[in-house]
Design a protein around this ligand. Structure first.
Ligand code: B12
Length: 222
């Protein structure tokens, strides 16, 4: 996996763990059409992709929809080819269970926001794709990763949403979206999700530019 890690590092991406599927699991096809035996998740912690993606975006001509998705394919399709894998993406429908895979690959658990909590990156990480292999590739799981939400006493994420969409029951997405559609939600619409921002584990927080980019994409989908 050293070669793969090096190829990804050229684009600010990292390996986000991987695992062998269970024998009785139905899996998507790998490169030659046979059911995949293993999956390696690819993504980033913090804003590591941002300089690479922004430089690529600046070279593109006319703006066109979903540039981050296009960039992800542009980077990962050739890398998948080099390593004999098939690349799949979190934005492709029918959606593949990226969060379930991520939880298995890195032992992560969900925050009250629904986003997985990472012991280092906090809420500031995402998945840009996954590589499906015909053979077994197992990557070591860090021993019992800490779930930071378990020891968080103040739970500021639950007190920071202006419409109380985050609670012990989880995230009320309908309430969040109704609010986001209103002009009154200017703070969330410009600075990003206030509940996510309130998380104290924010060493890897995205830059204001990256946050605004993701929020604009999110708002276009409402
Ligand atoms: C649909 C979707 C959404 C929908 C959720 C609809 C719903 N009712 O659950 C909406 C549009 C609300 C959404 C929002 C966001 N999402 Co979203 N989303 C997805 C997507 C494309 C598909 C989820 C799915 O159904 N998968 C299929 C099922 C079978 O797989 P699963 O692993 O069991 O998926 C479950 C979870 O992913 C969960 N889920 C997904 N998103 C969200 C968001 C919230 C708030 C909650 C409660 C649950 C939830 O719902 C799924 C069904 O149970 C995934 C990518 C993917 N392919 O999984 C990204 C994904 C889960 N989203 C992601 C992110 C980052 C976000 C946002 C932060 C986007 C942003 N604005 O920047 C927000 C979170 C809101 C916030 N508070 O900031 C990341 C999460 C990474 C992580 N660190 O955990 C993913 C993996 C995409 C990626 N490229 O990395 N999302």
């Amino acid at each position: 996996m050293t070669g793969l890690a090096a190829a990804l590092a050229e684009h600010g991406m990292i390996i986000r763990g991987g695992f062998v599927f269970a024998e009785d699991e139905t899996t998507p096809p790998a490169a030659a059409g046979e059911p995949a035996r293993s999956v390696v998740l690819i993504g980033h912690g913090g804003g590591s992709i941002w300089p690479y993606f922004s430089a690529w975006l600046a070279e593109q001509g006319e703006p066109s929809p979903d540039p981050l998705d296009r960039w992800s394919r542009h980077v990962l399709d050739p890398i998948a080819g080099r390593f004999g894998a098939r690349a799949v993406y979190p934005f492709e429908k029918p959606w593949l269970p990226f969060q379930q895979w991520a939880a298995r690959a890195e032992g992560l658990k969900s925050s009250p926001l629904g986003i997985l909590m990472h012991p280092d990156f906090g809420l500031w990480h995402a998945y840009r794709g996954a590589l499906l292999f015909e053979h077994e590739i197992e990557l070591p799981l860090s021993a019992n990763p800490i779930h930071l939400c378990d020891t968080c006493t103040g739970k500021p994420c639950m007190n920071s949403c202006p419409v109380g969409a985050v609670s012990v029951e989880g995230m009320d997405i309908g309430r969040c979206h109704e609010w986001l559609r209103s002009k009154a939600a200017w703070a969330c619409r410009t600075a990003g999700c206030l509940a996510r921002s309130a998380c104290p584990h924010d060493r890897f927080r995205y830059s204001p530019e990256q946050t605004a980019f993701h929020m604009a994409a999110h708002l276009r989908g409402l």
